[in-house]
Design a protein around this ligand. Structure first.
Ligand code: UDP
Ligand code: MG
Length: 167
């Protein structure tokens, strides 16, 4: 048994289809803990960095448009799950990448589809292995946004601009 953290994204198709509740309920069956959560408007830079390993694929441009929300809504819900064997446990509930090959009882099997452009709109992202999980969590979250961190952190003083609501 190994304590791990994993990044889960509810992708724009999941948000447009109002699947947030369903996805979180299904993931709660794993008895893992959510230690981070936020809504993110995905920039091209973040999208390309997140999917850097797929840069050479012919579906890359469509994938970037999909995760940026060009086909649905311009936001994703980013979550960090924490617990024993998180990566494998979450991937099991999420299901295979191709929605038609995913077990029908998994999130992707239930709610995913393949578009005519060939993109797998599979509702959620979940980190594949420890190396990717660490890279992705550090890409999407700052340490202070997580209730609990498993990776070492550091501090540095920065000049900061803060925004307030106008009274
Ligand atoms: N994807 C796609 N067509 C493919 C392979 C992947 O549209 O032939 C999309 C799909 O949305 C997938 C994402 O690219 O979730 C990332 O691909 P990866 O191989 O990392 O699969 P995952 O880790 O998400 O299961
Ligand atoms: Mg992947």
């Amino acid at each position: 048994m190994k304590i791990q953290q994993t990044l889960v994204l509810i992708k724009p198709d999941g948000l447009v289809k109002s699947l947030t509740g369903n996805v979180i309920t299904e993931l709660s069956d794993t008895e893992l803990t959510i230690v981070g959560a936020k809504v993110v408007q995905v920039t091209r830079e973040l999208a390309e960095e997140h999917y850097q390993h797929l840069k050479e694929e012919k579906f890359f441009n469509e994938l970037i448009k999909y995760i940026m929300g060009e086909y649905h809504v311009k936001r994703v819900l980013a979550l960090v799950y924490h617990g024993e064997n998180t990566i494998k446990n979450i991937r099991k509930v999420v299901g295979s990448t191709h929605p038609e090959k995913a077990e029908p009882t998994t999130i992707r099997g239930k709610y995913g589809r393949v578009t005519s452009k060939g993109v797998f709109e599979n509702v959620v992202h979940a980190s594949e292995n420890e190396k990717e999980a660490e890279r992705e969590i550090k890409l999407w979250f700052r340490p202070e946004e997580l209730a609990y961190t498993i990776y070492p952190t550091d501090t540095k003083e920065v000049k900061k601009v803060e925004y307030f609501w106008k009274s």
